[in-house]
Design a protein around this ligand. Structure first.
Ligand code: FCB
Length: 478
């Protein structure tokens, strides 16, 4: 038999035909309009208005003014060929009068904004993927204990059901929480995020109530919309020990437990890891975990969202000299890590992004393959990946962000490697569509593939946006 010649244009892309390419944002980072149409304050309004908490005193009061410009922004997404868009819903717009005891009435004007956004997306042929909680807890709930209180998880499930009822006819993917690690460890541990508390025991109570919130919300959404795909987005860490010493290996295991397994295990296996419970016994007895909670948390997960930016390097701290704390999670006298005084985070090799985060795409492949190995059959999505660089609009009106193109190209290739090795990765979302309010760093860090001039609100697609549109059109990074 004569061998068939390979067609010169045979597709070599590892990305399956139904792979979805998108971009992600979050409500408080882009919307603005914080006091409009009945919205009440969230913990990020309070935090950003507290002097000294956010760089340069920046707040999300106006942000990208997306609340008013959503139609223009969807048109931009269409121009960039986006197939899917991950955005978050601001809970204080949906039930602004929520208290620890009751959800309160639904604010129709708040629902209407998201309803119009979803319609606009669908008309543009873009599939919406909704995150129900991207850190903007109603302030009234924080005043009643925030995520350290069980009632917050209960009210969250009720709010999730409202969103599923009102929007679930047009939205099929609901991601309950974004990065509960950050909500708990940065919000209640190091205090660099809202609500700015620094209490290790509160951190772990928050972990559990966030897990519970996920489980309760997943069931509540399914009760209303049995066909909805339920997701959870975690910022999983690719944790590496600084050496092959037993002490460094144990340090890496502890951080892996506190960042990855304390969220993965309850959701996917219905247990808390024994080593995490033991390592944190000096901080809490975990008595906030009630009988039956783990069964509520261990509810089927349709898709695991992974946010990846940078690797994590850990070393056992010998108590001599200054403890290195280059974990990339901001500056605070309080550590985000409960019961980890004997662990340090050494500086990592460059190159770095503008956040000072080490660039290493291997971590993304490793994480995807680990999830595939440890939880076979679980669909995966990269729900955030991207980089801040100090972009500027040039005299020609262009933003030439070759560094971001290189970052994205290498990370997309890393996803392709994982797919080629068998990982069921269903989509990839660039963080972020627009430059926006980068939490404690305010407007000083630009993650967008679209530049935003905050004085005029003018949007300028960067070179990376055009590169990404090309990647989407050809289904392969070039
Ligand atoms: C993630 C957040 C997202 C954004 C990026 C840079 O941790 O989910 O809102 O701030 O980091």
């Amino acid at each position: 038999m004569t061998p068939q010649p390979t067609a010169p244009d045979a597709p070599s892309s590892p990305f399956p035909a139904d792979f979805l390419w998108g971009a992600a944002t979050a409500a408080y980072q882009i919307e603005g309009a914080v006091a409009e149409d009945g919205r009440t304050p969230s913990i990020w309004d309070t935090f950003s208005h507290t002097p000294g908490k956010v760089l340069a005193g920046d707040t999300g009061d106006v942000a990208d003014d997306h609340y008013h410009r959503y139609a223009e922004d969807v048109a931009l997404m269409k121009e960039l060929a986006l197939q899917t868009y991950r955005f978050s819903i601001a809970w204080p717009r949906i039930t602004p009068d929520v208290t620890a005891d009751a959800l309160g009435p639904v604010n129709e004007a708040g629902v209407d904004f998201y309803s119009r956004l979803v319609d606009e997306l669908l008309a543009a042929g873009i599939t919406p993927a909704v995150t129900l909680y991207h850190w903007d807890l109603p302030q009234a709930l924080e005043d009643a204990g925030g995520w350290t209180a069980r009632s917050t998880a209960e009210r969250f499930a009720e709010y999730a059901a409202v969103v599923a009822e009102r929007l679930g006819d047009r939205i099929t993917t609901f991601i309950t929480l974004n990065e509960p690690w950050c909500s708990a460890y940065l919000g209640y541990g190091s205090g660099v995020h809202a609500p700015g508390r620094t209490d290790p025991a509160a951190t772990l109570a928050a972990v559990h109530h966030l897990n519970l919130a996920h489980g309760l919300a997943a069931s509540a959404i399914r009760a209303v919309r049995p066909d909805a795909a339920i997701g959870l987005t975690l910022n999983l860490a690719w944790v590496r020990p600084a050496s092959d010493s037993a002490a460094d290996a144990a340090a890496a295991q502890r951080i892996d437990g506190l960042q990855n397994r304390v969220f993965l295990d309850p959701v996917l296996t219905g247990t808390y890891p024994d080593d995490v419970l033991e390592a944190t016994a000096s901080v809490t007895d975990w008595s906030f975990v009630r009988d039956g909670d783990l069964a509520l948390i261990h509810t089927p997960l349709d898709v695991l969202g992974i946010n990846y930016y940078s690797p994590t390097l850990v070393r056992a701290y010998d108590g001599v000299g200054e403890r290195e704390e280059a974990d990339g999670h901001g500056d605070s006298a309080a550590s985000p890590w409960p019961a980890c005084e004997d662990i340090e985070f050494p500086a990592q090799p460059g190159p770095y992004t503008d956040m000072g985060w080490s660039i290493d795409p291997r971590g993304l492949t490793e994480l995807l393959l680990r999830m595939h190995r440890e939880h076979p059959g679980l669909d995966l999505m990269v729900t955030e990946n991207g980089a801040a660089f100090p972009d500027a609009v040039g005299p020609d009106g262009q933003v030439t962000d070759d560094d971001r193109i290189a970052y994205l190209r290498d990370h997309v290739a890393a996803v392709g490697d994982a797919i080629a090795a068998g990982a069921p990765v269903r989509g990839y979302f660039v963080w972020s569509l627009l430059d926006n309010f980068e939490w404690g760093y305010g407007y000083s860090k630009r993650f967008g593939i679209v530049h935003v001039d905050y004085a005029t609100q003018q949007r300028t697609p960067k070179a990376s946006a055009r590169w990404y549109a090309g990647t989407i059109r050809t289904h392969a990074a070039s």
